[in-house]
Design a protein around this ligand. Structure first.
Ligand SMILES: O=C(O)c1ccc[n+]([C@@H]2O[C@H](COP(=O)([O-])O)[C@@H](O)[C@H]2O)c1
Ligand SMILES: Cc1cc2nc[nH]c2cc1C
Length: 346
């Protein structure tokens, strides 16, 4: 794991140059709303006043969770591996969106409790066949946490080496909203009732049970006196959450922007920001997930989501969904005429 020194934010001078161009385009200044801010942010990230079109790449990190044994999900744990088969066959929502928006997609098995060797398009980087039951013991050993973090870093590096200039992390892991909720409570100070949601679709009784599990898990973890975000990650996280935190940290260090997906990715983002301050300046939040607590996490990260469309799928699907909006922001910024070019008096 790398140093915790604060990062450089996206380039302020380029941002100012991009903003100056926006003021000259043939529209009332500000009339394209957030599209203008997005173009300027992407320009600053790329250090080009006229940014290149996006070459997006997506990593889906898949892992199982021991906490699934506590009945905290509406689905059985076996769905994690089944969905990885679906990803490999191209039938999941994220496959459709990646194809539609020409994004490179890879699925990384960082901790699925099944033998997935030989599946087409699945990167084998399994650290363990799932996390331990975080109600009763630390979810990950320190070694597992660090190995999963490094898996995420390698994935970001692979994409960047292949020319990607915008990254997306997604996840697949039955019961991972419980691990994410635990981490969010621990790192944000929010109460379980403010954070725990229905995940894949728990009923009212299931939701109450999940809140109790999270409360007890937090009490158990406290007895280990976790001092840092990395300590909490080992206590209450999961293999894909650790991998995503590493992926985000690596992208920010390399100056590559990331579109954050939903609730679980945001939990990893909280860990990353605590470990590597300033990473958040390299992130955009695609949407506000329907999962309880997501809005408050994004607020803590200082991020304003683009969409609020009752999404709660995961897989990086929300992030992939906004790619055409980002491409539109860049095309408008680069291709619109200025008032001078169009001969329009101002
Ligand atoms: O990203 C989100 O906001 C989100 C919200 C609810 C559920 N999910 C997905 O559903 C799974 C976790 O839900 P659960 O109920 O099993 O904890 C996991 O595979 C996630 O990708 C994702
Ligand atoms: C079917 C299914 C698909 C998913 N994709 C991400 N999380 C998921 C959870 C379930 C249950």
């Amino acid at each position: 794991m790398q140093s915790t020194a604060p990062l450089m934010p996206p380039d302020a001078l380029t941002h100012a140059a991009a903003l100056a161009r926006q003021q000259q385009l043939t529209k009332p200044p500000g009339s394209l709303g957030r599209l203008e801010a997005l173009a300027c942010w992407l320009a600053a990230c790329q250090q080009r006043a006229q940014p290149e079109p996006l070459r997006p790449a997506i990593s889906i990190f898949a892992a199982d969770h021991g906490i699934a044994a506590e009945g905290v999900s509406a689905y059985p744990a076996s769905v994690t591996a089944a969905m990885v088969h679906n990803f490999a066959q191209g039938g999941a929502a994220i496959n459709v969106l990646a194809r539609q928006h020409q994004a490179r997609l890879e699925v990384v098995d960082v901790g699925v409790n099944a033998d997935l060797q030989g599946l087409v398009g699945i990167v084998q980087d399994k650290v363990a066949p799932g996390s331990a039951n975080l109600l009763h013991q630390p979810a990950l050993t320190r070694d597992q946490r660090d190995a999963a973090w490094a898996t995420g870093e390698r994935a970001a590096e692979r994409h960047i080496a292949q020319g990607a200039n915008l990254l997306i992390a997604g996840e697949m892991g039955i019961a991972n909203t419980t691990a994410a909720a635990c981490l969010i409570c621990a790192l944000s100070g929010l109460a379980p009732e403010q954070v725990v949601g229905r995940g894949t679709g728990l009923d009212d009784a299931g939701l109450l049970h999940k809140q109790t599990v999270v409360t007890r898990a937090l009490q158990r973890a406290q007895t280990h006196r976790p001092a840092t975000a990395l300590d909490w990650l080992a206590q209450l996280g999961g293999l894909e959450i650790a991998a995503i935190a590493g992926f985000l940290a690596c992208a920010a260090r390399q100056g590559v922007p990331v579109v954050l997906d939903g609730f679980i990715v945001s939990a990893a983002a909280l860990v990353c920001e605590a470990q590597q301050a300033g990473s958040r300046h390299w992130w955009l939040a695609s949407h506000q997930s329907q999962e309880t607590g997501h809005a408050m996490v994004l607020q803590q990260l200082g991020l304003t989501p683009l969409l609020d469309w009752q999404l709660r799928l995961g897989e990086g699907s929300g992030a992939a969904l906004v790619l055409p909006l980002l491409q539109a922001a860049i095309a408008l910024h680069n291709q619109m005429a200025t008032f001078a070019e169009a001969g329009i008096p101002t």
